[in-house]
Design a binder for this molecule. Structure first.
Ligand code: NAI
Length: 253
């Protein structure tokens, strides 16, 4: 098992990519700390993982609350040690040109996608540096490496995640801590459903999106979870500061 005796905290783990990551990590022997603002689904997931024989617990955590993030991380680190943090929680905004995007939509995305990842790294790094080991995996997007039209605020936030992660890799590497970003293409989750629901013909848009991918389909959360697992595990022990694009080849053509 690739994560035996490791403790991993995952944000936004009640749904989509975070949920698939929690399930994958549990299969690989990790103790999983499921966190989310959705306490019903988060609690249910932790219970399901436990029923399947894994060690899992749920913490209600809004990643925008720096103080709460520190409290949760400190408690996990003191009780178990903290080997892995996956800063996955993220939100989108309605598609709109930059000049039609209001400040509240911009600030919401910045608060969750940038400050939330910052808060997680801020809370985890002191423990990981003291331990002399740790793996940080931040979830970016294709919007970390491409500027998506009508998604300026989201692109702003995800570009920041990639470069923040590089800075952390440079800063924390001497302490044995690695930091990497996974950059998924469109993946079948509730975030994508929200995006599609705002389109005139969601099914036609979904099919058109899939057609643009060389693999002629969108990603599955489990496929992103596998990439996160690689970067969290010792298999990537010499990989740091990397942005791993998982997009079925979309960004190459
Ligand atoms: P999702 O909507 O299925 O899951 C996101 C989870 O984050 C939800 O459980 C939600 O309750 C939680 N969350 C939202 N705000 C939170 C907060 N303030 N504090 C804690 N938890 C919060 O979405 P999905 O697709 O699984 O997204 C996961 C990550 O993947 C996000 O960072 C997203 O930007 C990124 N991503 C998703 C893509 C996609 O096509 N689905 C593509 C590229 C990146």
């Amino acid at each position: 098992m690739r994560l035996e005796n490791k403790t991993a905290l995952i944000t936004g783990a009640a749904s989509g990519i975070g949920q698939a990551t929690a399930e994958r990590f549990a299969e690989e022997g990790a103790r999983v700390i499921v966190t989310d603002i959705d306490s019903d689904d988060g609690q249910e997931l932790a219970e399901a993982l436990t029923a399947d024989g894994a060690e899992a617990e749920f913490s209600d955590l809004d990643v925008t609350d720096s103080e709460a993030f520190h409290t949760v991380v400190d408690a996990v680190a003191e009780t178990h040690g903290l080997d892995i943090i996956v800063n996955n929680a993220g939100v989108g905004h309605p598609s709109a040109r930059l000049e039609d995007t209001d400040d509240s939509a911009r600030d919401f995305v910045i608060d969750v996608n940038i400050k939330g990842v910052w808060n997680g790294c801020h809370a985890a790094l002191p423990h990981m540096k003291e331990q002399g080991r740790g793996a940080i995996v931040n979830v970016g997007s294709l919007a970390s490496i491409l500027g998506l039209p009508k998604q300026a605020a989201y692109s702003l936030s995800k570009g920041a995640v990639l470069n923040l992660t590089r800075a952390i890799a440079a800063e924390a590497g001497p302490y044995g801590v690695r930091a990497n970003t996974v950059c998924p293409g469109f993946t079948d989750t509730s975030l994508l459903e929200q995006y599609l629901a705002a389109q005139d013909d969601p099914e036609a848009v979904r099919e058109a999106m899939a057609e643009e991918y060389p693999l002629k389909r969108l990603g599955e959360p489990e496929e992103i979870a596998d990439a996160i697992l690689f970067l969290a595990s010792d298999e990537s022990s010499f990989v740091s500061g990397h942005g791993l694009v998982v997009d079925g080849g979309f960004s190459t053509c």
